[in-house]
Design a binder for this molecule. Sequence first.
Ligand code: BGC
Length: 848
Amino acid sequence: MLTIAKITVENLETGCVTDRPHPRISFALESDRPGAALRTAAITVGDWHTETAEQLHIPYAGPPLHPLTDYTVEIRATDDAGETAQAAAGFSTGRLGTPWTAKWITDGEYTFGREESPAPMTFRRRFTPRGRAKRAILHAAALGIYELTLNGEKVGTQYFAPGFTSYEHQIQYQSYDVTGQLRKSNELIAVVAGGWACGFFNYNRKNKISADKQALLLELRVFYEDGSDEILGTDTDWDVTTQGSYRFAEFYDGETYDATVDLAKAPFHPAAVTAPRGTPKLLADYGSPVRVRETLTPISCQKAASGEIIYDFGQNFAGVVCAQISGRHGQRITFRHAEVLVDGELFVKPLRTAKATATYLCRDGEQTYSPRLTYMGFRYAGVSGIDEADLTLSAYALASDIPEAGSFECSNAPVNRFVQNIRWGGLSNFVDIPTDCPQRDERQGWTGDIAVFASTACYHFDMSRFFDKWLLDMRAEQGRSGGIPMVVPRQGDRWPTMATSCWGDSCITVPWTEYLARGDAALLKAQYPAMKRFLKAAKFWSELLAVGKYRRIWRFPFHFGDWCAPEGGARDWIARGKWVGTAYFANSCAIMAEIASLLDETEDAAYYRRLRTEIIRSYRRVFTDGYGKLKDEFQTAYVLPLFFGMTDGAETAAMADNLARLVKEADNHLTTGFTGTPYLLFALSDNGHLREAYDLLLQDTCPSWLYEVRSGGTTIWERWDALRPDGTVNTAPLTKGKKDDGSGGMVSFNHYANGAAGDWLYRRVLGLEPASGGYRTFRVRPMPGGGLTWAKGSHLTPYGKISVDWRIENGAFTLALRVPVGSACELTLPNGETHSLRSGIHQYQSPV
Ligand code: BGC
């Protein structure tokens, strides 16, 4: 039987509210008939009807959609044997440009300085609907982050609305159906904290980056049973105070909540009208809102010598504590947070200036407190001001609402823990934007970190909406000369917007990775001009002051190089910039040539292929002896040309042998930084050194992935020796020989970049990788080794679930594979046998 297993609109199965004039519709099919494939599908939305043979990202192309309207998508699919299936799904439109009658409002009397945190503003409006309401829709946006209650009940489940965007260009607004929450007389309360827009949120500790102070924009539209409607919008009829229950809130520093405050008695005064800087577009939430992902309970609780009660959640994560308290009026409870303990006490030095402290002032009796306007990266919470008996502590892991899409398990337990650490690394750093780390005074959209982690992320999660949102900001913030900010949103970054390798290449690598995972060519099309501008800038720099063979060696203006390599310090990593830059340049040209072909930009495709050839030639002539040996050897400088396909024939073999030799000389250890680590295992396994790749994977002395696991790590670390073998935390400056280089001893225990090796587990151990967008065609080619006796995993593609399960038993290799309807698989067994497969469940056995 053929069934429609899933319909999505704008990549959401339910709850889509969109301002896109042409929302994208996708659907997945299931069938118990092997080989079934779609012949045609009839899609109907209102008066619009289309026939298609495609399943993914079909844009609505009917008459203009009406604002604030519910629509139904009906699909009737017919497969190649004539079987049919039918299903329907809904979506709603947002304002679609409907002008706001509401005004942006703020506290006109309140001011705060450059050195101060903005006090949270509490806005209030009481109102009485004029009749019986049949529907009430609320739209809200803020400069800052807002929390909304209607008659004391929280509105929505999202944290940190309206989300983090490049506020100058676009601000999201959220839509809530509050029909069920309306009473005869009502009170709306909106607390707006500084958040990303005007709080201290930048590693230079700047505030007011996108707004001078907080502001709120809200419209409640009530539709009455008599057919009339009414809009209640923010204006000077609203009251505001900075003396509400939320006394303090900052992402880095935490939150203070005073439960003794009686809002009815708080000194409210009328709000003042204000305006955001520039003319940002207001768009219905198009990202993946932050919500509670998991609730964690402590695995232990101990009193430290300092008297603090220390709760261990057994897992490093981004989130907040949730405290059930038996308290007395005015009792002050403090919650501090840290990733590690030293001598049984919280070790907060790695947080640098971030205070990561929540303070709660109790009222009398039983009460619950959990911060709403901040989050921390932690495993341990230290509590003071309360007896253990009066407190039950749990915690909420917060993350963007990105659906889980992948799993991996094998016969090696530490590798499985590594996979969990990768997943937690992702979750902790997907908090509305892709961050570098969730704990210290940073948490910014560092482009290089996600450039290397994107592929692993796309295997674990459906990143479509998350990346769509972030890349829109990237496009908006690209520099005039083609550079990409080091962090997106740029957020007061003091670096000029320049073209730099890996970090800047993210404008090509991230959308390409997302395209391969989800198959939406519209994303590539939207990003294409930005990609071209970036490569133009890279080419300009590679030509500057360079002649002959040095033309195309990309040195200027700056590269992070082999960032965070275990060898040397920051200066040494940066000094490797020209190797890294040149290789990434060649890779981006290769990807661009593919994208250009896909988008029918044939001349561009040929141009980027030519440019790539020139870059490769320069790399070979300047850095190698021409036969696969580097003049200055280091692992990353072999890894990149090997993985990026920049070598030929005997040169490839020589480079791979040289890389294997370097690994051996390092006593079977890696010496790669952010830019080489993700590709190290591929460079070995794909070039005749599978054994060495497995040796590295399974290495568990420092530096290695499993060293982190063996040392009790539950996420991925920024520096390979964040916890040194002697048990001390590595807070040494990044620059060798300097006492203080201003880095504050960068030592995050939750930085996903090095977890990018997860990609190799899926692509080589399991053997699964996309061959075309959305896994329309994909390859399965397991490469067993390292003594593994089985591995299994799955990935939820837009066509449906692929699962791979192999084991080695009694001298035989067996494999079970599920191919979803609509996709096709090229299977290669370890003995070289190949099969072209259509949808269904397949089983194979071959001698080992
Ligand atoms: C961040 C990194 C980032 C880097 C740039 C750091 O402070 O934590 O992950 O990519 O700066 O070098």
